[in-house]
Design a binder for this molecule. Structure first.
Ligand SMILES: [Ca+2]
Ligand SMILES: [Ca+2]
Ligand SMILES: [Zn+2]
Length: 526
């Protein structure tokens, strides 16, 4: 079968009248060596002097109709003008090209005009890597609901044109729940990425945008279309949680005309990374947001009340990200910092650990641990910006190589890795409320030992490690399920052991390694 075609690129004709397109000629080469005549559009806009080629264009589309690459969809009569509109759907190698549709307008059987959108495809891998079932699962995960029902008769393999003249092989999939939720998505048949999705219930205005984050990374954004523009918020009726990224103050939201957000990396990073944090909690820990009941996720960026910081405000139940100041901290740039602040909200609705002394240090530990877990979920492990590692806040600096805290080796930054190194500071603002941002690395390091494996520098006890996901589940379950407002370090150790035995059994390797991790940071476990 001549399915895989190789040459160079994909072109899009957008033309509004027969006399606006100048058409040139090129060749399409099949992999097996066959050649076929095809025509290629020059870059737009066309110089006005070059109004030739219309006959070629008409012949080309006639030939495409004969070849079955343009198939009649329907004929509409316009009784007022006497014009007949013939609509054709574009196909390529037998697959529908989504959005590829031309209209030929006839009067008394004479062709008057052609318009529409036609994608000239010259390179395309036509063998799906994913099965329809796998693609459907990707879509379920993207929609944060593994229970959604698919409409089997709606699944269809097609060609989906994306930005910049690229085309992708995609499945069109419909997922629904009852009568009030119905989503159609276009899922890349190779990567599982959602290329586009829309609600079939038209009151939902959710759309997927693309943005450029602080480090120049391309990020997917859930935005809303309203009043002729896109808004940097996710408040579609069918969405499980509403998410708002405000600028400077509440209710002031960035907007954009083309849903391609390249004007403010801070907005993009915060909006996208809060979405990833929500998805992490949902997908891995089955938690529905900050309060487990999908509390609105709200963040204020470029907040003018200070510099070099970020915080969760327990009364407003919102996150605040401040601009860089003397220290140059761009707190909005780091996925672990964003997940850290979100996780302070999770703590508020679970253990509610008091933000002072040991309970405060545990509160900070939990946020560092969850920030790291989220990083490992969505970023590849490695050194450099946008990589998963055991540092906290490394992406807030303008050069890679610094961090706020180091969970692998806290001592490297002068932080404790063992109970014997716990610092004593007063419970005042100047004393960091009893050293909550200092002593937090003791349990942060225990998490590193359990997840990654390693040897504690003081006790010399080695922990082989059970992997990030299992270790995170043990810590999450302990901190959210077994700790209380006034829990101290000893309660955390007991909570972790209970959590490990509940999740994996008291004779499991996971439990034994949790014991080892507690011994490594200085506990005697009987
Ligand atoms: Ca990183
Ligand atoms: Ca990190
Ligand atoms: Zn914190």
């Amino acid at each position: 079968m001549k399915k895989i075609i190789s040459t160079t690129a994909v072109f899009l004709f957008v033309f509004s009248s027969l006399f606006s397109a100048h058409v040139g000629r090129t060749y399409v080469k099949y992999l097996d060596g066959d050649e076929e005549n095809i025509f290629k559009a020059p870059p737009m806009p066309f110089p006005l002097g070059l109004l030739s080629g219309t006959v070629v264009e008409v012949c080309y589309f006639n030939a495409e109709i004969e070849r079955g690459n343009l198939r009649l969809l329907r004929i509409q009569d316009d009784p007022l003008s006497g014009i007949e509109h013939h609509r054709y759907q574009q196909y390529f190698s037998g697959l529908e090209v989504f959005g590829g549709e031309i209209i030929r307008h006839f009067k008394n059987n004479d062709l008057q005009e052609i318009d529409g959108e036609y994608y000239l495809i010259t390179e395309m891998e036509l063998k799906p890597f994913l099965t329809p079932e796998q693609a459907t699962d990707f879509f379920r995960r993207d929609l944060n609901d593994l229970e959604l029902e698919e409409r089997a008769e709606e699944i269809k393999l097609l060609i989906f044109p994306v930005r910049d003249g690229e085309t992708r092989l995609a499945y069109r999939i419909l997922l629904e729940r009852g009568a009030d939720y119905s989503m159609t998505g276009f899922i890349d048949a190779h990567s599982g990425e959602t290329l586009s999705r829309y609600s079939n219930i038209k009151t939902d205005t959710l759309s997927i945008g693309t943005g450029i984050g602080v480090h120049g990374e391309k990020l997917k954004l859930s935005t809303n279309y309203e009043n002729g523009k896109y808004w940097l918020m996710d408040k579609g009726l069918n969405r499980p949680v509403k998410q708002y990224t405000y600028i400077q103050k509440e209710n002031y939201v960035l907007t954009d005309t083309d849903n391609y957000w390249d004007q403010d990396g801070v907005s993009v990073s915060v909006h996208a990374y809060l979405g990833l944090t929500y998805n992490y909690y949902y997908q891995v820990l089955n938690r529905h947001g900050i309060d487990n009941h999908n509390l609105n996720i709200k963040a204020v960026i470029h907040y003018p009340g200070g510099k070099d910081n970020a915080f969760w405000h327990s009364q407003y139940m919102m996150m605040f990200f401040l601009d860089p100041g003397a220290q140059g901290f761009q707190t909005a740039a780091a996925l672990d910092v964003i997940a850290h602040e979100f996780s302070h909200g999770v703590t508020q609705f679970t253990s509610n650990l008091v933000y002072a002394n040991e309970s405060g240090a545990l509160n900070e530990s939990f946020s560092d641990i969850m920030g790291t877990a989220v990083e490992f979920k969505w970023q590849p492990e490695g050194a450099g910006f946008l990589k998963a590692d055991w540092y906290i806040g490394e992406d807030i600096y303008s050069n890679y190589g610094y961090c706020l805290r180091n969970l692998a080796n806290p001592n490297a930054g002068g932080y404790p890795c063992h109970l014997s190194q716990k610092v004593k500071l007063p419970n005042t603002q100047a004393g960091d409320w009893g050293g909550v941002h200092t002593n937090c690395t003791i349990y942060g390091h225990a998490y590193y030992l359990l997840a990654h494996g390693g040897t504690n520098k003081i006790s010399n006890i080695a922990v082989p490690g059970i992997g990030v996901e299992k270790a995170t589940k043990i810590f999450y379950n302990a901190f959210t399920g077994y700790l209380t407002q006034t829990s101290q370090f000893v309660n955390a150790a007991n909570g972790l052991l209970k959590s490990a035995s509940t999740l994996f059994g008291s004779t499991s390797n996971e439990y034994q390694q949790t014991v080892k991790a507690m011994q490594a940071i200085g506990w005697i476990v009987n």
